[in-house]
Write a new protein. Structure first.
Length: 112
């Protein structure tokens, strides 16, 4: 059964010619898994002029690509998921800045 839990988030519009509206928040840690009530929310929305596609791969391996979506949002339940998301975003930041170490590198084709 799904359970609705309200959390506080903070948001900011970031950009220049293109803009992204970023919103994030958590009520964790709560001492356990999703059933303990920990929730984490991260959203990125097009604030104007952003050229992007979002691809979602489902559990069967089917890819669904959304061209120029208005917003993407991720909701996580559990303390471990909060910790993992923080670490994943920190890794992404270092990779985008070109300072990631001890990581697997690969080539990926992209299409816009």
């Amino acid at each position: 059964m799904k359970k609705t839990i309200s959390i506080k988030t903070t948001s900011q519009t970031i950009g220049g010619v293109s803009q992204l509206e970023v919103e994030a928040g958590t009520n964790g840690p709560k001492g356990g898994d999703s059933g303990s009530g920990s929730r984490t929310f991260v959203s990125i929305a097009d604030g104007g002029g952003t050229v992007w596609n979002v691809t979602v791969v489902d559990e069967d391996g089917n890819e669904n690509t959304f061209e120029s979506p208005t917003e993407i949002a991720i909701t996580l339940g559990g303390d471990s998921e909060l910790d993992t998301m923080i670490r994943a975003l920190e890794f992404a930041l270092t990779a985008l800045r070109g300072t990631a170490e001890e990581s697997t590198q690969k080539s990926r084709d992209t299409t816009l």
